[in-house]
Design a protein around this ligand. Structure first.
Ligand SMILES: Nc1nc2c(ncn2[C@@H]2O[C@H](COP(=O)(O)OP(=O)(O)O)[C@@H](O)[C@H]2O)c(=O)[nH]1
Ligand SMILES: [Mg+2]
Length: 330
């Protein structure tokens, strides 16, 4: 991205390529709590626009304080409804709560039925709750990294709790939810085959299993199936609790909050929290490094040689390994 190139290009005494006032003014306004400036800042980092590097540089020292809770699971499981409730519950104890919805079908991102919208409006009226919907496609460098940047900005601006909602289906979504300190996987009674599908990817990274819509029949069986699956999974030092909730009535919410709090304190005392943050930092640095190295190598090799090599690979006159060896040799 522009990030590293610009960093390398700005020597002392050289004016920054963009007007530096733009991003620092925006950061200052966002810090003072102006929601429009916060939204603009989030768009800049989400899309990795040219001002993103300066903004991150200013904000990064203030990150690392927020509690980040991920809510994932198949569409329609009640994640948004649950997130809405969790936000209200956290808000009773914290002054700033944010919701980041990566779920394309989320009421937060416009796929709402009327009832959800009305409930959401109540949250919008609470000045202490900030809601951000993220586009699920079109991020240079990936959705997961865009989400990390958005969460970092909210964190730096003094958000106490960030709730991240995402549809837990593909690898990309699994990567997104890794930003969370505590990952809650939401299932519903009678998912049957879907539970088998969940098993493959995301069960290992779930810290709390939630059987939502427990007001419906079959919640106990689903909880039992999940317990069975957990017993087959490889041992982890954290014992994943299974919590039954009804996001609609609020039943089970205290138990869910308690499970999240317990995981957080275990995570902090066991070193898990530190490990995750280190892994996230490594992923971000390595991704930027890869981009920078690729750019540098492309510059060194030159477009003409690269194109010629690609053409030869395409017409099968050499194989890709040989092409790379040859390109790197000189
Ligand atoms: N019966 C029942 N319905 C629920 C519950 N939680 C959510 N719903 C409904 O399930 C539908 C999908 O909820 P939503 O929160 O949008 O799910 P998401 O796609 O996982 O974010 C909505 O119509 C909700 O009102 C619950 O605990 N019980
Ligand atoms: Mg949703």
């Amino acid at each position: 991205m522009a990030t590293i190139r610009r960093a390398g290009a700005s020597r002392p005494g050289t004016p920054a390529p963009e007007n530096p006032a733009t991003s620092s003014d925006l950061v200052a306004r966002a810090r003072s709590g102006d929601k429009r400036s916060i939204a603009r800042l989030l768009t800049i980092v989400e899309n990795d626009e040219p001002e993103a590097a300066d903004a991150m540089r200013a904000l990064y020292p203030d990150t690392g304080r927020a509690q980040i809770v991920g809510i994932t699971g198949p569409p329609g499981g009640g994640k948004s409804t649950l997130v809405n409730r969790l936000a209200a519950a956290f808000r009773e104890r914290a002054s700033h709560v944010a919701i980041v919805a990566v779920d394309p079908s989320s009421p937060f991102s416009g796929g709402a039925i009327l009832g959800d919208r009305i409930r959401m409006r109540e949250r919008f009226l609470d000045e202490g709750i900030f809601i951000r919907s993220m586009a699920s496609r079109g991020h240079t460098g990936g959705l997961a990294r865009a989400t990390v940047r958005v969460v970092n900005v909210l964190d730096a601006l003094g958000t106490d709790v960030v709730l991240v909602e995402t549809v837990g289906v593909g690898q990309e979504e699994v990567d997104v939810i890794r930003v969370a300190d505590t990952v809650c996987l939401v299932t519903v009674p009678g998912l049957g085959d879907d539970i088998q599908a969940i098993k493959a990817g995301i069960l290992e990274i779930a810290d709390v299993l939630v059987v939502n819509k427990a007001d419906r029949p079959g919640a106990d069986e689903t909880a039992r199936d999940l317990a069975q699956m957990l017993s087959l999974a490889k041992d982890r030092p954290w014992k994943t609790p299974i919590i039954r909730t009804s996001a609609q009535t609020g039943e089970g919410l205290p138990q869910l909050l308690d499970a999240i709090a317990k995981h957080r304190s275990w995570s902090l005392s066991s070193g898990e929290h530190e490990d995750r943050r280190r892994a996230a930092a490594r992923a971000e640095v390595e991704a930027l490094l890869r981009e920078a190295l690729l750019r540098e190598l492309e510059g060194r090799v030159g477009a003409a040689r690269l194109n010629a090599a690609v053409a030869r690979v395409a017409e099968r006159s050499i194989d890709p390994y040989a092409a790379v060896e040859e390109l790197l040799r000189r």
